[in-house]
Ligand binder design. Structure first.
Ligand SMILES: [Zn+2]
Ligand SMILES: [Zn+2]
Length: 343
């Protein structure tokens, strides 16, 4: 018997038996193969994520194999390998009608508002599934969801070839930002992190320069590397007030700041004057849009983005609790933990 890893309350997992779901019209049932867990899951696990209702079945970076399909779900067939687009949207509100389903006024996340993939089977409308090439390893393919959020942010900040791009923080999102900036022709791409092994990975992603420093201490080095001009674009994949202030200090007049990292911390003592004086653009980027999925799958399938080095540890589904204990102990030493099923 395979079981679902239900999070009853913060830090309280329970393995529960659930009947295998059956697909309704337009729905698919997918046998879960791999789920990567990220900082969003960690904050749900610890109780730090605002507005979460427990119990919850986490898991939104999810790949698997189509098991069965309901009436009308004809774009896929049983046996197809798929990844989930976890952004649940109503498809009726004004942002949805504009095509911005990720900004849905009633948006949810699969694995937070809706039961996610820390379960042997998932059921969801088939339009949330994207086909993966049959030969792509399903564990590694879980990274495509994060890659899609990164691609979305880089589209938002609209960097062009030859621009200088700084990426603050070289966790999973930061490293993928470094890679996509390089692929977009940005030059130089400057990766900032205090962690040596992450900078080594950033070099493998093609970063032209790596800066081993805190975000504050990196400001002078970015100025030097851009010959005093400042960067065209700074992408914050570190988060928090220090990164924001440092980013503003790194930008050239007319530069763009992209808030990729999720932070709830207020930026104290910051006036809008630098935005006025430097005509700085602040660009928000939330989650991913549906159209980011297919190109992100292609980036991995073509080998342009190598995600093979991003999985720090693997656990079977029955050991989900141990996986999260390890993640909470070492959040900065882990890129992605993958939880596999069946256990
Ligand atoms: Zn995530
Ligand atoms: Zn909507």
């Amino acid at each position: 018997m395979t079981r679902t890893a239900l999070l009853r309350a913060p830090r309280k997992f329970e393995l529960v038996e659930r009947d295998k779901p059956r697909p309704g019209p337009g729905e698919a049932v997918v046998r879960t193969v791999a789920t990567a867990v990220c900082h969003t899951d960690l904050s749900i696990y610890t109780g730090a994520h605002p507005g979460v209702r427990y119990p919850v079945v986490m898991g939104h970076e999810s790949t698997g194999i189509v098991d069965s399909l309901g009436e009308g779900a004809s774009a896929l067939e049983p046996g197809a390998h798929v990844i989930v687009n976890p952004i649940i949207a109503c498809r009726q509100c004004d942002p949805c009608r504009r095509g911005d389903t990720h900004l849905c006024r009633d948006a949810g996340l699969f694995g937070r508002e809706v039961d996610g993939s820390l379960s042997p089977y998932i059921k969801l409308p088939a339009h949330y599934l994207h086909r993966l090439p049959a030969g792509m390893p399903l564990e590694q393919a879980t990274l495509i969801e994060t890659l899609a959020t990164v691609r979305h942010a880089q589209r938002r900040v609209a960097q062009t070839s030859g621009e200088s791009v700084v990426v603050l923080g070289q966790g999973t999102g930061g490293l993928l930002h470094t890679r996509l900036a390089v692929l977009a022709g940005a030059n130089p791409v400057i990766a900032v992190s205090r962690t040596r092994w992450k900078l080594e990975m950033a070099e493998r992603m093609g970063a032209h320069h790596v800066v081993a420093a805190s975000v504050e201490d990196a400001v002078g080095e970015v100025r030097r590397l851009t010959r005093g001009a400042g960067a065209d674009v700074v992408i914050d994949a570190a988060g928090g007030p220090k990164a924001f202030k440092a980013a503003i200090g790194m930008l050239r007049p007319g530069g763009r700041f992209c808030a990729y990292s999720i932070s709830h911390e207020p930026v104290e003592g910051f006036s809008t004057f630098p935005l006025y004086f430097g005509e700085i653009s602040l660009v928000g980027s939330r989650a991913l849009a549906e159209e980011d999925m297919a190109p992100s799958i292609e980036l991995v399938a073509s080998g342009k983005v190598d995600v093979s080095g991003f999985i720090s540890a693997r656990y079977p589904l029955r050991d989900a609790a141990a996986a999260f204990e390890e993640y909470e102990r070492n959040p900065s030493r882990i890129l992605r933990i993958v939880i596999g099923s069946p256990s």
